[in-house]
Write a protein that binds this ligand. Structure first.
Ligand code: SF4
Ligand code: SF4
Length: 335
């Protein structure tokens, strides 16, 4: 029988990370339990199991920090042999020129690295790792030099770094980056502990997107994408014409599913709810379970009659799960 195809999948190689970003949405980073060390053997076994169950179009290596995994290149190669595209979502601090050359050799697609400010002190404050700015900038420059066209930056927009957005974008342009994800801070994980310090209010968020839009209007060689779905009653995409806004679908065929190194399957990488484990059931059966479909089809009361329900869908409701424990509530950013 032909294997089911999943177009986009986020594979979390480990929960471990060398940074402790104040904005990190990883649900296991809420301070409630210790984080286990990377487990290369289990990770390899799970990836092999996953790729035996489904065919994947593009797999994004994430974490935690995927570069803490010593066999990350071998894992990427395993995916490439199975015909998958591979992207790497890394904080860049552990990425060496040898890694970049090896990744180029095996045909890795995007290498996505966060750069939060042009001011090293602001970046390091947000990552809680002294020296991380210097390493992230070095990594971005190395990717653009050694594998042009494959460097992507992530700018998480918070109250702390928003005033410096124009300078940060100038630095990214200078690094040779052509694609930037401009993501609003999304509630979850470690970020819940820093909510008051980080969440931009409506005016602040609008200003942040306006700054990006103005920069994008004069830099036609760069692409800007808002990768965290934002309620349209908060930010109306049509007002920021130079930014591409993306929205999640509740349809598993039209959005990335998350699987971690233990084989746990989740709605997406922001969602804490485990739908099943691939060592117990085939991932196709987990995703086709009517109980999961019913759970994700819930529409928040607030949005029921809204004309923007499609595509807005109530914003990021994985954040609702992290804050309220339910997918049926509206995105907590509207609180
Ligand atoms: S946001 Fe990424 S780099 Fe920062 S702590 Fe979380 S997993 Fe690590
Ligand atoms: S669907 Fe809900 S969150 Fe989205 S614009 Fe309408 S009311 Fe706002």
């Amino acid at each position: 029988m032909p294997r089911q195809k999943i177009d986009n999948l986020v594979f979390e190689l480990t929960e471990a990370c060398n940074q402790r970003c104040r904005f990190c949405y990883n649900y296991w980073r809420d301070g409630s339990s210790p984080i286990p060390a990377p487990d290369p053997r289990l990770c390899r076994r799970t990836l092999r199991k996953l790729l035996s169950q489904v065919s994947v179009g593009t797999i994004s290596f994430s974490g935690g920090e995927p570069m803490t995994m010593p066999n990350v290149t071998d894992l990427a190669l395993m995916c490439r042999f199975k015909g998958c595209g591979v992207n790497l979502l890394t904080n860049g601090t552990l990425l060496t020129e040898d890694h970049i050359r090896n990744f180029k050799e095996i045909g890795i697609g995007a290498i996505q690295i966060p750069l939060l400010s042009a001011d090293p002190a602001v970046h390091d404050y947000l990552t809680c790792l002294t020296g991380s700015w210097e390493k992230a900038v070095k990594a971005l420059r190395a990717v653009t030099a050694l594998n042009p066209g494959h460097a992507y930056a992530v700018l998480v927009m918070t109250k702390v770094n928003a005033p410096g957005i124009p300078d940060t974008l100038e630095l990214l342009a200078d690094c040779g980056v052509r694609g930037v994800m401009v993501n609003r801070f999304n509630l979850g994980g470690q970020g819940l502990l820093h909510r008051d310090e980080l969440v931009l209010d409506r005016a602040g968020l609008r200003q942040a997107f306006a700054d990006v839009d103005a920069f994008a209007a004069t830099h036609s060689g760069m692409r800007f994408t808002s990768g965290v779905c934002t309620p349209m009653c908060l930010i109306m995409p049509s007002e920021f014409r130079h930014i591409q806004f993306t929205f999640c679908s509740t349809d598993f065929n039209r959005r990335p599913v998350a699987v971690n190194f233990r084989g746990d399957v989740r709605f997406c990488n922001h969602s804490p709810k485990v739908l099943g484990n691939i060592y117990q059931r085939n991932i196709s059966d987990i995703l086709a379970d009517p109980a999961a479909t019913e759970y994700y089809n819930a529409v928040p009361e607030h949005c029921r009659d809204c004309r923007f329900l499609h595509p807005c869908n109530g914003g990021c409701r994985a954040a609702s799960e992290q804050v309220y424990g339910t997918f049926a509530a509206i995105d907590p950013v509207l609180d």
